[in-house]
Design a protein around this ligand. Structure first.
Ligand code: C5J
Length: 270
């Protein structure tokens, strides 16, 4: 197995082990990102989040190309709100709470148009989508089982918002023993100061919750890993073919010795 490295990650270089790394895309949902939607109706500038879309499209494409699994999450609740505790439901402006009618359907309700992932980042067939009722991607979801089944130890974390669902998920992942790198230009906040401080907090104190790095460096590491895997496979292929050549040679020698064994001089009876 090869391990590439994000050499300029903060606070130190970050290892990206092949076959053990997944890309986690947190809550890139219409309710948070579309102009005229829930996020904007709360007075937020969705442009702050939309800046993430393009670099994230490029990173997701690189992950898919490198065979790194992409796992998407969506924050939302059952239509009857039975999975939304009052402590969450009774927040925010009345009439703009979870379950209320919004521009793109009931706000943050599973199955509604606004709850789904934006078209630009739509999951492709075979990718996991985790529906989460909380801010963290692990709370009341099957994410742990999905990661364990795939042998994942390392997460490249992206999505929105930096200081809420990305932070909560990274903290949860860190407590569960996962190595996390937060991709700095692929996470977004409605508030510039939260974006800056949110990223600083992750890598502070020697990487208290994880690492940070820009997507360009992460993509370089993914390509490096892909190259290493290719040359490992080609070395293994050459070794296999060498072993098979040696095997053929051995079998040829054994055939030859078989032949000589088979050559039984006919005893002369005369
Ligand atoms: C929020 C999220 N901010 N995905 N959700 O409520 O960060």
């Amino acid at each position: 197995m090869s391990t590439a490295s994000v050499s300029d990650a903060s606070p130190t270089p970050f290892a990206v082990p092949a076959g053990k790394t997944a890309l986690l895309v947190i809550d890139m949902q219409r309710d948070f990102l579309l102009p005229g939607g829930f996020g904007e109706s709360l007075g937020n500038d969705v442009g702050m989040l939309r800046g993430v879309i393009e670099p994230l499209m490029t990173l997701i494409a690189a992950a898919r190309e490198s065979g790194v699994p992409v796992i998407h999450t969506r924050e939302g609740h059952l239509p009857d709100l039975s999975d939304c505790p009052p402590a969450k439901l009774n927040r925010g402006a009345p009439s703009q709470r979870i379950g209320d009618p919004g521009a793109f359907g009931r706000i943050l309700i599973r199955g509604e148009y606004g709850h789904d992932i934006i078209d630009e980042l739509a999951p492709v067939e075979g990718e996991t989508i985790i529906d989460k009722p909380g801010k963290g991607a692990f709370y009341a979801t099957e994410l742990t089982e999905v990661l364990e089944a795939a042998g994942i130890t390392t997460l490249l974390v992206t999505g929105v918002t930096t200081e809420v669902c990305v932070h909560t998920s990274v903290r949860e992942a860190n407590d569960r023993g996962y190595e996390c790198l937060v991709v700095s230009d692929c996470v977004g906040s409605y508030f510039p100061e939260f974006q800056r401080v949110g990223l600083d907090m992750i890598a502070a104190q020697g990487g208290i919750f994880g690492w940070t790095a820009p997507s360009e460096s992460v993509i370089t590491a993914l390509r490096q890993g892909q190259g290493q895997e290719r040359s490992l496979r080609s070395d293994q292929g050459q070794e296999r073919s060498l072993r098979s050549d040696q095997g053929q040679e051995r079998s040829l020698r054994s055939d030859q010795s078989d032949q000589s064994d088979e050559f039984v001089p006919v005893p002369s009876s005369r």
